[in-house]
Design a protein. Structure first.
Length: 438
């Protein structure tokens, strides 16, 4: 593969454009689900969907190492020209993903018990949560395999294909959910069932296309030979464990918001679920640069091209920060309009106006920690990612407990802002370690 030594802003943008469009589709799923539930006449549907999706996301995102670990290994193997290693690593991660998916499904009742004890909600809301979880959790095998396939294509710097996978999943998810909720009146069942069907449809199509891609471009027929080697599987588990811990802490940090919102009252829980959609939209856009940078960083390290690495780091930070500023400006002008599309409950709309400052401040500030994540993942510096996230989440929780007591819900959002800053500062401290790879 031809790879430029000078990683310009234009090259990063070229890789990131497909991811931008794919990442636009991802938050649209959350927006549509929130909008569908927000127009059913009761905040309980919105609260239940918020809690259920937050818990499921926390569980699934905890296995984000299936994507991140795949990106780092594949991109560095590509730099070395080790095509068979790329294929074996990808298949092995798919097997690991299926193993964990079956465990997740078997723990369904344990998850529901955790939700009942952790969230202070009404019995009606708990019943709605149960309905959602029972259906949505069945998508675990397909969604975890999609993580691996996405990492495979990002590692090869084929961002268009990885983005096409995500976009197809998101769009079919929206179509199915709207049909089930509006046409068939399935309510919260509908949004869960829409996700499950779209996940399996997506993974079947892209597993087939990936098989033929490997056969054509690598001249390798994927087989299960040498996949079930205990030593190599244990080594891959060890590599991925740091990312697993990091992702588990990160998803808990975002789960902390609906948890604290539920303690303040279901009105605040509903408001925060709406406001989180703004943060998620921003994060998916900013992650486009991080995702495209992962493959560049790994390839540069595999080829020992320090100049490429430094150019990628510098230009990706600049692009990410500017994008964060643009997102904030858009929110300033369109906040009220977006809120109105998410819910027609007047008092929720009115209360949410008081928190617009946080969705404006967070995107440009958070751009730095998102970009650092991409750099460290591409470099496979997983121990540092883990340590920084643990420190950041602990400080975030301590800050939030103090600030909520003094500033109520505003304290919760201020602590989230601090969380983004702490992540950037701690990762910057470890950054010189990556330079030792050259």
């Amino acid at each position: 593969m031809k790879h430029p030594v000078n990683i310009s802003k234009l090259y990063i943008v070229k890789l990131s454009i497909p991811i931008f469009f794919a990442n636009l589709a991802i938050p649209l799923v959350g927006l549509v689900d929130t909008g569908l539930m927000g127009h059913l006449g009761s905040e309980k549907y919105l609260a239940a969907t918020s809690i259920a999706t937050a818990v499921i996301s926390m569980i699934f995102w905890s296995f984000g190492f299936l994507r991140m670990g795949t990106v780092g290994i594949v991109s560095q193997a590509l730099g070395r020209g080790d095509y068979r290693g790329i294929v074996i690593t990808t298949i092995r991660n798919i097997v690991i993903g299926l193993f964990f998916a079956l465990i997740i499904i078997s723990l369904r009742d344990v998850i529901l018990h955790f939700i009942r004890d952790f969230f202070a909600t009404s019995e009606e809301t708990q019943n709605l949560i149960r309905k959602y979880i029972y259906i949505r959790i069945l998508s675990a095998p397909a969604e975890l395999i999609m993580y691996v396939l996405t990492g495979f294509y990002l590692g090869l710097q084929r961002t268009f294909t990885s983005s096409l996978l995500v976009t197809f999943f998101s769009i079919t998810n929206i179509v199915f959910s709207v049909f089930f909720v509006i046409s068939l009146n399935l309510g919260i069942y509908g949004v869960a069932l829409g996700t499950v069907l779209s996940a399996y449809l997506t993974v079947i199509i892209f597993l087939i296309s990936t098989y033929f891609y490997i056969k054509k471009h690598f001249n390798i027929i994927p087989r299960l030979d040498n996949i079930f080697v205990t030593k190599k599987i244990l080594k891959l588990f060890t590599i991925n464990f740091d990312i697993f811990v990091r992702t588990l802490f990160l998803t808990f940090a975002f789960l902390w918001i609906p948890y604290q919102g539920a303690k303040l009252g279901e009105d605040y829980l509903a408001i925060n679920s709406i406001l989180l959609q703004f943060i998620m939209i921003a994060s998916f856009f900013l992650d486009a640069y991080a995702f495209s940078t992962e493959g560049i960083i790994g390839f540069s390290i595999g080829r020992k091209q320090k100049k490429s690495f430094l150019n990628a780091v510098s230009n990706s930070f600049k692009l990410s920060f500017m994008t964060g500023l643009i997102i904030s400006v858009i929110y300033i002008f369109f906040f009220k309009y977006i809120i109105g599309t998410l819910t027609n409950i007047d008092y929720l709309i009115f209360l949410s106006y008081g928190y617009v400052i946080w969705v404006i401040l967070i995107p440009p500030i958070a751009s730095f920690c998102y970009q650092f994540d991409g750099i460290f993942i591409g470099a496979s510096q997983t121990k540092e990612i883990r340590n920084c996230m643990i420190i950041s989440v602990i400080l975030y929780i301590l800050f939030s407990i103090y600030l909520i007591d003094n500033l109520d819900n505003h304290g919760l959002w201020l602590s989230l802002l601090f969380f983004m800053i702490i992540r950037s500062l701690t990762l910057n401290f470890y950054f010189p370690k990556i330079l030792n790879k050259f």
